[in-house]
Structure formats: structure tokens, C-alpha cells
Design a protein. Structure first.
Length: 215
């Protein structure tokens, strides 16, 4: 039911996918996402993850960000349950929350999903990142809800985050590129047990003409 693999990407990341839920939720509109989530088990370019910029380390803010804060969000409630129920099962808070959602939330498809963005795939790559290596990252929680692809990052102190929106924005760009799914089908957010922060990613959030053409 849950397929998993450990990737050595500078640290060990446990990519897990719930196969039946993925098949069901991707069946009508997101066949390319289903294909990507399955293919990456065998065809992940692991060497990309040992150099170059990481999505989690990007330190600049987005333009025109309309961030919506919600208390008592569904994901915050799932976080509380996961931290409690998996307390003795996993050492890290991330694993406690991620696996609980994967096993118990009907909308969660996969966790720690690897992503990459090659320099040649965006004209202003070096200008943005100052590095010739690929941009890489891992989606904490990937969901499909109300026909949209949601990219979520678990941040234990979400209210203090300055650049989490930038991180998940680029995850949306990367997954859009890898799957061919239009950016307007994505939503992004980050959360903890108290708060969730959400937004719709748009090309205007990065004021780069070539990036707009890319999208």
C-alpha cells in the first residue's frame, strides 16, 4: 500500500507514496503526476542533490504574496494527532507528522517527494541562485484536494518563518516543470500544530521576464 525508498541526498530522505490513494486521486486529471511519483523511485538523479542550491535554503521573499493565515486548519489538527500517536514510533517530528498523514489522511499522496530544476530549464537560473548546479528539494507533504495539487511544508514554528513561502513556491515550479501540470493548478502552504499559511503561486511573484516566459 505504501511504497518507500531511502535516498542519500546529502542526508537520508525517506520518500513514501501511498499507491492506492495516488491512483485514485490522480485518475481523472493528473496522470502525469501519478507517473512522476512512480518513476522517481527508479529514475531520480541522485547526484543532483549533492551540489547546487536547495529550495529549503532560499533566502529571498516573493513579490505580491497574498498569504492567508488559518488557525485550527485540518493539517494542524493532523499534526497534533501525528505527534502524539507516533511519538514512540519515530524520532523526528517530521516523520511522525508525515507518516500519520500518509496513513490516515485521505488527501495525502506522498511525503519527502524529490524535485529538481536544471539550470538550462530557466534562463535566469544563475542570476537567481548564483550557482550552476541544479536546484533541488523535497516536498514534505503532497496532497490533492478539491481538484488542486497542494504542496505543503511542515515548519514546527510556522509563525516565525520568513522564507517558507519562497521554498514551497519553487517546489510548485519544479513539480509543474517535471509533470507538465500548469502552475494555476497548484496551491502552496506551510503549517504547524497551531497555524497554516496558504497562497496561490503565480508568475508575478518573481519579477523576472524570462521566468514569466518559462511558466
Amino acid at each position: 500500500m505504501i511504497k518507500q525508498i531511502s535516498f542519500d541526498h546529502g542526508w537520508y530522505y525517506f520518500y513514501r507514496m501511498h499507491s492506492p490513494k495516488t491512483e485514485k486521486l490522480c485518475e481523472k486529471c493528473y496522470g502525469s503526476l501519478n507517473k512522476y511519483l512512480n518513476d522517481v523511485f527508479e529514475n531520480c538523479p541522485n547526484d543532483y542533490f549533492h551540489s547546487g542550491p536547495r529550495g529549503s535554503r532560499l533566502k529571498f521573499k516573493l513579490n505580491n504574496l497574498n498569504l492567508v493565515e488559518t488557525k485550527n486548519h485540518e493539517l494542524s489538527k493532523l499534526t497534533t494527532l501525528g505527534l502524539e500517536e507516533n511519538q514512540n514510533r519515530y524520532k523526528s517530528a517530521h516523520s511522525r507528522v508525515q507518516v500519520f498523514m500518509l496513513e490516515n489522511d485521505s488527501n495525502t499522496l506522498a511525503v519527502e517527494v524529490p524535485l529538481w530544476f536544471e539550470p538550462g530549464e530557466m534562463e535566469t537560473f544563475n542570476e537567481l541562485f548564483g550557482n550552476e548546479g541544479p536546484l533541488t528539494g523535497h516536498i514534505d507533504v503532497l496532497r490533492i484536494e478539491d481538484g488542486l495539487v497542494w504542496i505543503w511544508d511542515y515548519k514546527p514554528n510556522a509563525s516565525l518563518e520568513k522564507f517558507a513561502a519562497t521554498q514551497v513556491f519553487f517546489y510548485a515550479l519544479m513539480l509543474s516543470k517535471r509533470t507538465g501540470i500548469p502552475l494555476d493548478k497548484f496551491r502552496c502552504g506551510y503549517f504547524d500544530s497551531a497555524n497554516a499559511y496558504m497562497f496561490k503561486p503565480t508568475k508575478e511573484m518573481l519579477n523576472r521576464d524570462s521566468l514569466k516566459k518559462f511558466i
